[in-house]
Design a protein around this ligand. Structure first.
Ligand code: KIV
Ligand code: NA
Length: 270
């Protein structure tokens, strides 16, 4: 069974790899590639559910997709993202929502978009046996506060706040920290300052690991952020396969005899 301790012990030795997945087939491919951590990100709101932001994503959405990923994964550590307002409003509800991902859906840990309000919650979750991955820098659930998705930690005060929160979440027991869209020198400083692994996205090369949204990485998304990279052209592959299918049906080329539509020896019905 993959554990958060494996992730911690890899830090500083070898780069940690993390990708999102939201469904069983993608999870099995990511897992078989040997990716260390599969994040069932609330980015599924954008990628899979077609919303403009992650805000409409529900605990039920996360539970459904976490279960699908877990059923298809053997080796990777599975981290379930906690969606907007599922944590931080009420402690009991936060614990119940996070606990559901482990208890009912076979995640190994949860990820929280963090701020001062998640320090005590992290401590409590860890005490209860729910490992926590913290997330600082750009936290997309704050899109309405940001007015978009700007880089974070770009001035001295903001950078210090991120460093302080990183240390606070390490002390609260988080096993790792995602740093999203922050200057690479800030990510490097945070990585130096804390012992738990940092996993960067748009945070430069000096984190202990990297994460991308799988749709962006494989080239399925229509749009990808500038800090991402397309390692394939899945959208192009699907477009060409589907064009071929349509053409084959329209021309009568599919289905052919080899596709198993033999006649039976029925007598004529009329
Ligand atoms: O939801 C998500 O995919 C994330 C990663 C980008 C870190 O939070
Ligand atoms: Na997320």
């Amino acid at each position: 069974m993959p554990t958060v301790r494996d992730v911690r012990s890899k830090a500083g030795e070898e780069p940690i790899t993390m990708l999102t997945a939201y469904d069983a087939p993608t999870a099995s491919i990511v897992d078989e590639a040997g990716v260390d951590i599969i994040l069932v990100g609330d980015s599924l709101g954008n990628t899979t559910l077609g919303h403009e932001t992650t805000l409409p994503v529900t605990v039920d959405d996360m539970a459904r997709h976490t279960g699908a990923v877990a059923r298809a994964t053997e080796d990777a550590l599975i981290v379930a993202d906690m969606p907007f307002l599922s944590i931080g409003v009420d402690e009991a509800a936060s614990i119940e929502n996070a606990g559901r991902m482990l208890k009912e859906e076979d995640a190994h840990a949860v990820k929280l978009e963090c701020g001062p309000h998640t320090v005590d919650l992290t401590k409590k979750l860890v005490q209860l046996g729910i490992p926590v991955m913290a997330h600082l820098g750009l936290t997309p659930q704050h899109v309405n506060q940001y007015g978009g998705y700007p880089r974070q930690g770009t001035d001295q005060e903001a950078a210090e706040r991120i460093l302080e929160l990183a240390e606070a979440h390490e002390n609260a027991g988080a096993f790792s920290l995602v740093l999203e869209h922050v200057p690479s020198n800030l990510a490097a400083e945070v990585t130096d300052a804390i012992d738990i692994p940092t996993i960067g996205i748009g945070a430069g090369p000096d984190c202990d690991g990297q994460v991308l949204v799988v749709d962006d990485a494989v080239g399925l998304s229509e749009w990808t952020p500038s800090f991402s990279k397309q390692f394939g052209d899945v959208r192009g592959e699907m477009e060409s396969a589907i064009d071929d299918y349509v053409a084959a049906v329209e021309s009568g080329e599919f289905p052919a005899a080899e596709h198993g539509h033999e006649e039976s020896d029925l007598e004529e019905l009329y």
